[in-house]
Design a protein around this ligand. Sequence first.
Ligand SMILES: Cc1ncc(COP(=O)(O)O)c(C=O)c1O
Length: 378
Amino acid sequence: MPIKFLDLAAQNAEIRARVDEEYERIHRATAYVGGPQVAQFERRFAQYLGAAHVIGVGSGTDALRLALIAAGVGAGDEVITTPMTFIATVEAILQAGATPVFVDIDPETGTIDVQAVRRYLDAGSFRSPNGPRAVVPVHLYGLPAAMDPLLKVARRHRLAVIEDACQAHGARVHVGGQWKRAGAAGTIGCFSFYPGKNLGAWGEAGAIATDDPQLAERVSVLRDHGRVSHYLHRESGYNARIDTLQAAVLLAKLERLDEWNARRRAIARRYRELLSGTAVRTPIEPEGTESCYHLFVIRSAQRDRIRDALAQAEIGCGIHYPVPLHLQPACGALGYQRGEFAASEQWAASVVSLPMHPHLTDREISVVAQTVAAALAK
Ligand SMILES: Cc1ncc(COP(=O)(O)O)c(C=O)c1O
């Protein structure tokens, strides 16, 4: 039986009537840019995250770029991140005019290795004139990075912490003894609402979250051509506003996010049980983290065999990501070589993402797990 990797149609069926109502309001007002849906979504998402401010922008890439610029990152600065992420993390750093510096991932979790950040900072031999100005932890596949120790290191070295929470809507992490939402734990959190995300629009959209009113104001000005009033432009900015039609979809989906994430977590538990007798490595959640399972990524030396068996059985799967960023042609000018980030390279060679979405049935989960187990037994 064919099994979808992602089922957006099933999600849409749950929210369609609610979105139609909102769309009707937008058409009646013909307010296609800005308007009450944007303000309402920003308010509700801020409330959800426990952040003082949310500013909607055009995409996750816009969120990262504007967050970096607002945090004062620019030419001559370095921004530390990992090579095991989507390329947008690094594009945003480059577009802010800064130099991306990679450190490896923790081989158990896939998120930034805080010891490696500490080693790089303590060594004091930097790749750019000003040295590091910010660090971008990526909450990979929905699992928050180790924010508590990272925030301590960042504070000591006066680095802004720009969270790439583009895969982590609703995930939680312990900071200073309290649970925080991913994206609301650092200086600024960046979200993508690309359609397949846990909170996904019907097109491109993104947002930043922060407790700092000055950072929020700067992003809000930058996203709208540097405008402070209709005909007054304080600085040269961008057209990076969130689309009103997308804000309406997000308003409707935000109401379902916790329920959908709870189902994702239940699916992850079931996958783990069913695969426990096999040689594959399933994702872990270190104490003080709660993943929202944007993806359920297993690791195996037999990755290609697993992928072929899934394809044969018409089961959707993905590889996130087959080429770590330090080996991407687009990052060639950074001068990194194969072998420099062993854990990232090992993950890139062994990861496979299984179907994961809130509408996956128990029967489908069993069939996927059986197919993986059978591929390994061959
Ligand atoms: C980790 C990560 N960072 C950044 C982005 C960029 O988001 P967008 O595609 O909305 O620009 C994505 C989206 O795929 C992502 O997964």
